[in-house]
Design a protein around this ligand. Structure first.
Ligand code: HGY
Ligand code: MN
Ligand code: MN
Ligand code: MN
Length: 428
């Protein structure tokens, strides 16, 4: 009967930095855009290849691998009390167009390496440990963020919506999932929902996607809360017409309505009274998209977030009022105002924060408590169990662009903190 104790001296925690860096580089080659950018969208051929690559690494780490109906992938190391709720970790490998090779990837490949670190140290888990590759954290293909973890957390509305969801090419989610080898028989996605008590804790390793740790020369960020994200889809319709022949008083320009609303988003965000309120219009499409044709239709997708949920919701209400006002003053139709998601923030659990603080201290690493302004799968895993996140510095805070970078030293620090935190939580 193996006796499990947390690795006594932290010197027994050795990260194979060279192979981890190689894996990060190899994984980044599964991309639909040229290096140094990475584009890897859910269920595309590159996504399927990348999944296969990660499943192979899970197998090499001695993990038993299973996949659910939408392609969440679980690698499990049975503890000597396997009936207890397990401790999980993980992140995502999908990448938005022209992004970088560390967002999400550090928390998947780093998690597998954390398992290898513990195995090399002779550690034996009491609670089983699971590494999760979440399907589609990014909203790129179907416009919904954290699709896999949202389902795991039991979102009935999402399970229902996915039966009729299509992508921009009008291909259905279920058909595409099937082509990637998932959603085989049932189109009842509630099979993905995890039972309460499946996990006792969930910890995610991720690059900060902000400049604080690097600026302050701190090695580890201990996340205390994840900001509340929301996304809106808005459409205006006007008569369009000839860009030369229609005089200005006779126009109802859907493109200018969109431009006015985009500036209204900025205005309402800046007037919220807090630096923590953010907002942007990341997608703005004009139809028909010809220089000499007055836009007859415009489509905007708005991303607005705040650490304070009510303040964020007030901004959404003001954006809605502005959309209605603009449609009246410009004589365009507000043909859609749809709130795609309006999620609450998530707080990290004391028990996980404590384990991470102890781990960073034992590893002689500097650390700082901080909030995550980016959302993560942890936002939804917090609905299933105690949650915590470990941040590592990234170059100038860059993310969602090819210049994204994290040093293998910082990544290795994060992996060691993750390994020690998982070990502590496994023995509780
Ligand atoms: O947008 C986000 O916050 C996440 O990085 N996908
Ligand atoms: Mn024992
Ligand atoms: Mn991202
Ligand atoms: Mn991410």
């Amino acid at each position: 009967e193996p006796h499990s104790s947390v690795p006594s001296s932290t010197s027994s925690l050795s990260v194979d930095a060279q192979s981890l860096q190689k894996q990060i580089d190899e994984l980044s080659s599964f991309s639909d855009t040229p290096a140094p950018s990475v584009t890897r969208v859910l269920y595309t051929e590159k996504d399927v290849l990348a999944r296969r690559y990660v499943k192979n690494l899970m197998g090499l780490a001695g993990l038993s691998v299973r996949e659910d109906a939408v392609g969440n992938i679980f690698g499990r190391w049975d503890g000597h009390e396997p009936e207890l709720a397990a401790v999980a970790t993980g992140s995502h490998i999908d990448a938005i167009p022209y992004s970088g090779k560390y967002d999400g990837v550090v928390g998947v490949l780093g998690a597998i390496e954390a398992i290898n670190v513990l195995k090399r140290s002779g550690f034996k888990p009491r609670r089983s440990l699971e590494v999760i590759l979440f399907t589609s954290e990014e909203p790129t293909r179907y416009g919904i963020s954290c699709l896999g973890s949202r389902l795991l957390a039991g979102s009935e509305s999402l399970a229902k919506a996915l039966k009729t969801t299509t992508d921009s090419q009008n291909i259905s989610f279920l058909e595409t999932a099937k082509s990637a080898g998932y959603a085989k028989d049932e189109d009842d996605l509630s099979s993905v929902f995890l039972k309460k008590g499946t996990y006792s804790a969930f910890v995610e390793l991720h690059i900060e996607q902000g400049p604080i740790l690097e600026e302050e020369g701190i090695s580890i960020g201990i996340v205390t809360a994840i900001a509340a994200p929301a996304s809106l889809k808005v459409e205006f319709e006007g008569n369009g017409g000839h860009a030369g022949a229609v005089l200005m008083p006779n126009r109802n320009d859907a493109g200018l309505a969109a431009a006015e609303l985009a500036l209204a988003v900025e205005k309402h965000v800046l007037e919220s009274g807090s630096i923590d309120t953010v907002g942007t219009v990341g997608i703005l499409e004009l139809h028909p998209g010809a220089i000499n044709s007055i836009p007859s239709k415009s489509h905007l997708e708005i991303d607005t977030r705040d650490i304070d949920e009510n303040r964020r919701n007030q901004v959404i209400d003001k954006i809605h009022q502005s959309a209605i006002r603009i449609s009246k003053t410009r004589g365009v139709k507000l043909s859609e105002f749809h709130i795609v998601n309006q999620d609450p923030p998530a707080l990290s659990a004391e028990v996980v924060i404590k384990a991470m603080e102890t781990a960073t201290r034992e590893l002689n690493l500097t650390s700082k408590l901080m909030i995550s302004r980016a959302y993560h799968d942890s936002l939804f895993m917090a609905r299933l169990s105690s949650m915590g996140m470990i941040f590592i510095p990234c170059y100038k805070g860059y993310s969602h662009k090819p210049e994204e970078f994290a040093s293998i030293q910082d990544i290795s620090n994060g992996v060691k903190v993750l390994a020690l935190t998982l070990a502590k939580l496994s023995l509780q």
